[in-house]
Design a protein around this ligand. Sequence first.
Ligand SMILES: C[S@@+](CC[C@H](N)C(=O)[O-])C[C@H]1O[C@@H](n2cnc3c(N)ncnc32)[C@H](O)[C@@H]1O
Length: 252
Amino acid sequence: MMEDKHLRNVYPVSWVTESPRFIKYIEKWHSDSKDNLLVADFASGEHDRIPTFFTKELPRLLKHPPASKKRIIVYCTDIHALRLDSLLGKLEEDDLLNNVRVVHAALETMDTNAKLRTPSMDFIKDNPDIATWLDNFLIREQAFPSECFDVGILNADVVGYMHEYYKEYSDALIGLQKVQRLIRNNGLLVVTMPCSLYIVDNIAVLEEIGFKYLQGVDINLSSGEKTYLEKNVKPTSLSKLGHYTFLIFTKI
Ligand SMILES: C[S@@+](CC[C@H](N)C(=O)[O-])C[C@H]1O[C@@H](n2cnc3c(N)ncnc32)[C@H](O)[C@@H]1O
């Protein structure tokens, strides 16, 4: 896949295309699957970079035909309703509501309580042709079922934040176990900028709850040098200033 400097600056997560494991997974979906690719941006906050990259830029890189029946759909979830409403404003402005959903849910309880924000729900009801099986499930059950996502994203040191900053009202372990429950067997989990703010051994924590580490990549942003990361990489060496780091796991 072509590297594109502008893309890397605007959507740092686009560095994920440097991972052969990620590319293999996505190309397999692109060539073999008849179904939509369902992606979760867990604890998305108010930023639209993940859903925009996955629904607009990745299909362009894949040369995915716009008229194709199968699509990449991103579900953004967060515990903070106001952050989600701010995200909705951006998505509406960029005309992305066809392929992005905004869901109010705490990680710990998203298997029993997950509500589409009203504008997201109204958009689906006004455009029933865009509804996925998961939209219909969410509208009916107000919860996420097990194994509903092909790919999960924890963007910007979510594992660290959950263990440190959000410790008072979040239970990191239960939250991450629910992330694991919602990803399909053999699906992917992409963790970006681990340890950028809080040093937690992301690989140990995620392997302990049933993920298998596949590959990590560190990119030196000024030289473009790429380093593949072994499983025993030191947490303190990840996501250094001037670097972009991500880790890829699968669910076993
Ligand atoms: C480090 S930020 C990551 C934000 C986002 N992923 C990004 O790329 O900017 C943490 C986010 O996690 C959300 N959060 C914290 N605890 C949560 C929980 N238990 N369930 C769901 N979201 C949570 C916060 O509201 C905040 O938006």
